[in-house]
Design a protein around this ligand. Structure first.
Ligand SMILES: Cc1cc2nc3c(=O)[nH]c(=O)nc-3n(C[C@H](O)[C@H](O)[C@H](O)COP(=O)(O)O)c2cc1C
Length: 307
């Protein structure tokens, strides 16, 4: 079974997507972090850096709200990355994004959402998919209706996070509402929201009838979520070390250290004695700091056996 890793800005970068793909070979489907179509049009260097693919079959996700700019951004993203699919972000709830009319704000403007999909589909030769939420708030859940329009506009697939914009990440994802979207269209739909294990995934797929499930937060520090494996400490540390090596290759030692602070804390999640190490992880500034923590953790693990 194939499982999607959710696009996560600041988390699911090239290094982490590679770690997930390596941990569950042949299973994980990935998308880049969201990239600003406007920035792509201006050839912004930092945005171009987001387009390094972890595999040839990754989607590039773009965000923005001007149809022509989205079409142009999509073309540039494809030219730079070599990707063979494009995903359009209509789900991001953060104020910085929606105040510009981007991300989930597009769900409040279905005409524009449809125009964007039409523009991108006619500009590129690859499949175009869209990631949405259920709607803006509980009084305006229009995901199924919008899905029908986006299908008409040429979308090749959809992904639906079962929350509204207003919910951000609170409450529960409503898989029954995602099922309504699945029923409304004939293109494949990926179900997303609150899948924390393979058991959850199975339940979600049964309820939604979706073609695939997508996992976000549960994968942080836990690429094993895609295999169902219960990792012992050496296995976790091996993955963390690999993650750090990939981050270093991609972003250099300094940036890798800053990024690894949060990732290492996540790799140690749930370990009863990990608090001290998490504090230390928060001040990693050089590769040696990271390896020192890893060496001490290895000793700690020997004392505690498997967990
Ligand atoms: C840190 C973070 C960054 C995210 N960045 C993106 C993004 O760039 N594009 C996107 O479509 N969704 C983004 N999301 C939303 C996730 O893709 C996903 O829809 C959400 O986390 C719900 O899935 P989950 O319950 O499995 O975490 C982000 C979520 C988080 C937590």
């Amino acid at each position: 079974m194939r499982i999607a890793l959710a696009p996560m800005a600041g988390v699911a970068d090239w290094a982490f997507r590679t770690v997930c793909r390596e941990t569950a070979p042949g299973t994980v489907v990935t998308t880049t972090e969201m990239v600003s179509a406007k920035a792509l049009c201006y050839q912004d260097k930092k945005s171009l850096g987001l387009l390094r693919l972890a595999a040839k079959d990754e989607s590039v996700q773009i965000f923005g709200s001007a149809p022509a700019c989205m079409a142009e951004g999509a073309l540039r993203a494809l030219a730079v990355s070599g990707a063979d699919r494009i995903d359009v972000n209509m789900g991001c709830p953060t104020p910085k994004i929606v105040k510009n009319g981007d991300g989930c704000a597009l769900m409040r403007d279905p005409d524009k959402a449809e125009a964007i999909v039409r523009a991108v589909v006619s500009a590129v030769k690859v499949p175009v998919t869209v990631k949405t939420r259920l709607g803006w708030d509980s009084g305006s859940k229009n995901a199924a209706e919008l899905a029908r329009r986006l299908e008409q506009a040429g979308a090749a697939g959809l992904c639906v996070h079962g929350r509204t914009r207003k919910q951000m990440y609170s409450g529960h994802a409503d898989w029954y509402a995602v099922a309504e979207v699945v029923k409304a269209v004939s293109i494949p739909v990926i179900a997303n929201g609150d899948i924390f294990s393979l058991r959850d995934l199975e339940r979600c797929l049964t309820i939604t009838g979706a073609a695939m499930g997508m996992i976000g937060r549960a994968a942080m520090g836990n690429p094993f979520v895609f295999t169902g494996e219960e990792p012992d400490l050496p296995r976790r540390l091996e993955r963390a070390a690999r993650h750090f090596a990939l981050l270093t290759e991609d972003k250099g030692e300094r940036a890798a250290c800053l990024e690894m602070r949060k990732h290492l804390a996540w790799y140690l999640r749930g370990l009863p004695w990990a608090a001290r190490y998490k504090r230390e992880a928060a001040s990693i500034t050089a590769a040696e700091d990271f390896f020192k923590i890893l060496r001490r953790l290895t000793g700690e693990g020997e004392g505690h056996g498997r967990f």
